[in-house]
Design a protein around this ligand. Structure first.
Ligand code: CP
Length: 309
């Protein structure tokens, strides 16, 4: 394999289908091996720096857990306030600093394009853990890994992406990865939160079948996976607009009963009110399994960019 050795992971559109399949294969091997061992010491002596200028629970902790499961070390900056960014240091200078201490960087920042800025400045791989409303490529790969495990195959997949498709970086990255597998997509949102036109146009140009609708039930009945997203309050300029769209879609036990079909429910989390906890016991509710898959996928990506797989 090794095609990802030394590479930055910045955007969902950077991967070939072969590369995504290779990452999932390595992740699956790691997942099986971790049933017997706590640590697979492929990255002993290597250091991951996690730089999180925006809040995170899953992405930061799963990157750190992944590196520790690979036998490597972690240095971490868990908020902008706790670093020299608070004194005005640029992302580029921060990246140049951190490359003196670490072998790769996992980073989250509120500004679109910030991960690329860090990658351009540093001579070590940068893995984008979310750049504003832009991209979240490692999430996209763990999402398709979860779909493959839950549905059984990525062939002829139909996915309903629901909620905040305008600001949701997870869906912006996910559609790029799903496109590699020819998935059919329903984009379900209020008109204010539609998937950016340039993404829709680009995917249609590549032959991907996409329908835009505000009707969740109709899209869900035609889909094998519902991918819910949180309405991203923190990205709204006008809070009155947020108030108009919040709570637009809610999955609960009653909704699932009304579907009369088995369906996989996913969510990158955190959730606010878009999945009622009464849906958590539904067998197809995969969102907690989905976040665990993040460790295996991030282990695979770390090992591969470091040339250890
Ligand atoms: N899925 C995800 O990005 O979660 P966090 O914001 O907790 O990292």
């Amino acid at each position: 394999m090794g095609s990802l050795k030394g590479k930055d992971i910045l955007h969902g559109n950077q991967f070939t289908k072969k590369e995504i399949e290779a990452v999932m294969k390595v992740a699956w091997e790691f997942e099986q091996q971790l049933k017997k061992k706590d640590v697979l010491p492929l990255c002993k002596g290597k250091i991951l720096a996690t730089l999180f200028f925006e809040p995170s629970t899953r992405t930061r902790l799963s990157f750190e857990a992944a590196m520790q499961r690979l036998g490597g070390g972690v240095i971490s900056m868990a908020s902008a306030d706790s670093s020299s960014a608070a004194k005005g240091e640029t992302v580029a200078d921060t990246a140049r600093t951190v490359e003196q201490y670490a072998d790769l960087i996992a980073m989250r920042h509120p500004r679109i394009g910030s991960a690329k800025e860090a990658a351009d400045a540093a001579n070590i791989p940068v893995l984008n853990g979310g750049d504003g409303a832009g991209q979240h490529p490692t999430q996209a790969i763990l999402d398709v890994y979860t779909m493959k495990k839950e549905v059984g195959s990525l062939k002829n997949l139909t996915v309903a992406l629901v909620g905040d498709l305008k600001f949701g970086r997870t869906v912006h990255a996910l559609v790029e990865v799903l496109a590699q597998f020819g998935a059919k997509l329903y984009c379900v949102s209020p008109s204010l939160l539609r998937m950016p036109e340039e993404i829709i146009t680009s995917l249609r140009g590549r032959g991907i079948e996409i329908s835009e609708t505000d009707n969740l039930k109709q899209a869900a009945r035609a889909s094998q996976v519902i991918y819910m997203t949180r309405i991203q309050k923190e990205r709204f300029q006008d809070i009155a607009e947020y108030e108009r769209v919040k709570g637009a879609y809610v999955i609960n036990q009653e909704f699932l009963k009304g579907l009369h079909q088995k369906i996989t429910i996913m969510h990158p989390l955190p959730r606010v009110d878009e999945i009622n906890p009464d849906a958590d016991s539904y067998p197809g509710a995969a969102y907690f399994r989905q976040m665990r898959n993040g460790v295996f996928i991030r282990m695979a990506l770390i090992a591969m960019v470091l040339g250890k797989r």
